[in-house]
Design a protein around this ligand. Structure first.
Ligand code: 5GP
Ligand code: MN
Length: 326
């Protein structure tokens, strides 16, 4: 494990850097990538940024997002070092990871406790609320001046991964870093509006459809929702636009585990998980080949229908919670 100071020193030894973040990127993924990328550019480095799949429209306001290039345009041998952000396992950066030549080091910066430590250098800190917090420390250690553009990206990263400082991962350090970023010009209310209040009418109608599927089991501790592929085409949406829906299932009083089952374009069932109690959904998702945090996690299951996936997952959740199944 490397410290943020060591990571800063390592990054500055290289000139051509490739930064990659995870598939279906969220605010922390894109914000921490842009924050680091813009910071390294200020140091005169040649930086390329990429991520598998598209960038959600509501994150494209961040400065530098027009520099992000599609994975299929990346030739990994053209870089001296690869930096992976917010990605707990190589599967999260599919399409880039496999093409990294053996001689090119990987720097793995992440705050997931389930991180597999796949980097040549690893800076993993599960006490950080967001990868954006870690990137802030690395930039300071590199003596980068945090300008308005970097502040907007890192504030977005930290604010989105903490639910605007409401989630249990929010610490005094989180708030101190956020305060610094606001001093540099990041505007919390403007950023909140860009991220959360620029939805399409269709995505809200879709939320109505998905909320209709919300159910709670007989113990009252498990709530779940379902998303079917033909609904996405009906509303002309892609899967990314159902991001955040699972949080509604967690709002039900008494619920400890909230789940969303989604039919994915690749034929898999994607499961989003949230916890409001002691149940560690990150550790649970890891047993199913996914990962995440204690209170927010996810995984994909192959070759199953939503009802099969539900049966499998509920059985395991009941077992861990010591509840009798139906
Ligand atoms: P979300 O439900 O917001 O997409 O994801 C919640 C958290 O779980 C995020 O920190 C995300 O990185 C992680 N996560 C979601 N799906 C997967 C997955 O399939 N594999 C891994 N390793 N982590 C996931
Ligand atoms: Mn994150």
């Amino acid at each position: 494990m490397e410290s943020h100071e060591e990571i800063a020193g390592i990054l500055l030894r290289y000139h051509r850097l490739l930064i990659v973040t995870h598939v279906m990127p969220d605010g922390d993924a894109i914000g921490s990538m842009l924050g680091l990328g813009l910071g390294l550019q200020r140091k005169g480095r040649q930086v390329t940024m990429t991520c598998p799949g598209g960038i959600p429209e509501n994150l494209q306001f961040m400065p530098g997002s027009d520099q992000i290039v599609p994975v299929d345009e990346i030739r990994s041998h053209e870089y001296d070092i690869v930096v992976a952000l917010d990605s707990s396992d190589p599967g999260r950066i599919e399409g880039v990871y496999e093409q990294i030549p053996p001689g090119v080091p990987i720097v793995n910066i992440d705050h997931h406790a389930t991180n597999k430590g796949y980097g040549t250098y690893n800076y993993i800190d599960s006490a950080s609320a967001a990868t954006g917090e870690q990137v802030y420390r690395v930039l300071i250690a590199m003596n980068v001046r945090v300008d308005l553009n970097i502040a907007v990206c890192l504030f977005t990263a930290i604010a989105t991964d903490t639910g605007f400082f409401r989630f249990s991962n929010t610490t005094p350090t989180t708030l101190r870093i956020a305060a610094r970023l606001v001093e540099r010009g990041a505007d919390p209310s403007g950023i909140s509006e860009q991220v959360y209040e620029a939805r399409s009418l269709e995505s809200l109608k879709m939320l109505g459809r998905v909320l209709d599927t919300l159910q709670v089991d007989k113990s009252g501790k498990i709530a779940w929702m379902e998303v079917y592929r033909d609904w996405l085409s009906e509303f002309s949406l892609d899967e990314g636009q159902t991001e955040g829906f699972v949080n509604y299932a967690r709002m039900v009083k008494g619920v400890e585990v909230a789940l969303i089952f989604r039919e994915s374009a690749d034929g898999k069932i994607r499961i989003g998980m949230r916890s409001k109690g002691d149940f560690d959904v990150g550790a649970f998702a890891e047993t199913l080949g996914g990962g995440g945090h204690a209170r927010a996690a996810g995984c994909s299951l192959d070759g199953q229908s939503i009802s099969e996936a539900k049966e499998l997952v509920f059985g395991k959740v009941y077992e861990i919670m010591g509840l009798a199944g139906d």
